[in-house]
Write a protein that binds this ligand. Structure first.
Ligand SMILES: Cc1cc2nc3c(=O)[nH]c(=O)nc-3n(C[C@H](O)[C@H](O)[C@H](O)COP(=O)(O)OP(=O)(O)OC[C@H]3O[C@@H](n4cnc5c(N)ncnc54)[C@H](O)[C@@H]3O)c2cc1C
Ligand code: FES
Length: 253
């Protein structure tokens, strides 16, 4: 039996600032099924191919951090409350559970799956530290959602206009300690740097990869990536991979 289905979602809230947005959907049939790190393949009105999105779960709702990159995501940011959409879900593997403390590093819309993970782990009694990085203060309106996770949260911007100046990965060597597990979702350079710090400290690290997707369910080859274990499909073998299996494009680490 296939693990996913085609679900109905209703957009109930939308806050957009520039090319970033926070969108909340009522999705009572998806929310209980979505493990942290799994994704949905969202049908955007007027477009043939669905767009993969990794939301956080808030009770029976899904919260998406969206960056308007192209036609699909820009259109998503203009939809009004009450709009009904469809999504294939739950898709992908999701994050493994850590044994001890979890240190989460997010960049941009990578905050969505890590917010889901933070809430999930805090509810189960884990200590969670979340470091979020952005170029500037354009994502400052994400802050209340991330703070409400119950994790210890720090914000970093390249220009220092919001939170601490610099990259979250600069702080990692001082934050990580023995027994921690690292989870990183965001730009590839950030994930590569974070994975490198964890490797130096011999700590387990997991990253969530982005790839162009068509089907989202393993039936086409559009999301294939080379890994240490050969070609893998980001949609079904991932999107979460142990960092040591990932062939980052930017060499050397
Ligand atoms: C598992 C997963 C979870 C995701 N979660 C989110 C999320 O929570 N919020 C969010 O805003 N986005 C998320 N994304 C990225 C999102 O799916 C893409 O930005 C979106 O599909 C782009 O569609 P578009 O029509 O806006 O842009 P397009 O017109 O399709 O493309 C616009 C530009 O972005 C580039 N691009 C498109 N898709 C990707 C991609 N996957 N990786 C790198 N470059 C790409 C294209 O090459 C092009 O230059 C996720 C992607 C994956 C794989
Ligand atoms: S998107 Fe079709 S195989 Fe992954």
């Amino acid at each position: 039996m296939r693990p996913w289905d085609d679900h109905r979602l209703v957009l109930i809230e939308r806050e957009v600032k520039g090319d970033r947005g926070v969108i909340v959907f009522d999705a009572p049939t998806i929310a209980p099924l979505l493990w942290p790190g799994q994704f949905i393949n969202l049908k955007v009105p007027g477009l043939l191919l669905r767009r993969p999105m990794a939301p956080a779960v808030l009770s029976s709702r899904l919260l998406l951090f969206v960056r308007g990159r192209g036609e699909g995501t820009q259109h998503l940011l203009t939809l009004s409350p009450g709009t009904v959409l469809r999504a294939l879900a739950p898709l992908g593997n999701g994050f493994p559970l850590p044994e001890g403390r979890a240190v989460l590093v997010s960049g941009g819309t990578g905050a969505g799956p890590l917010l889901h993970l933070a809430r999930f782990l805090v509810k189960r009694g884990h200590e969670v530290v979340l470091l979020h990085g952005a170029k500037d203060r354009s994502e400052a309106f994400f802050a209340p959602y991330l703070r409400a996770s119950g994790a210890s949260v720090r914000f970093f911007t390249e220009d220092g206009s919001w939170g601490e100046r610099g990259y979250p990965t600069d702080a990692l060597p001082f934050v990580l300690r023995p027994g921690d597990t690292l989870f990183a979702v965001g730009p590839e350079a950030m994930m590569q740097k974070a994975a490198g710090v964890a490797r130096t400290m011999a700590l387990p690290a997991y990253v969530s990869l982005e790839a162009h997707m068509a089907c989202g369910v393993g039936s086409c080859l559009s999301c294939a990536v080379p890994t240490a274990k050969g070609q893998r499909h980001v949609c079904t073998d991932g999107p979460v991979f142990p960092a040591e299996e990932v062939r980052f494009h930017l060499e050397p680490a």
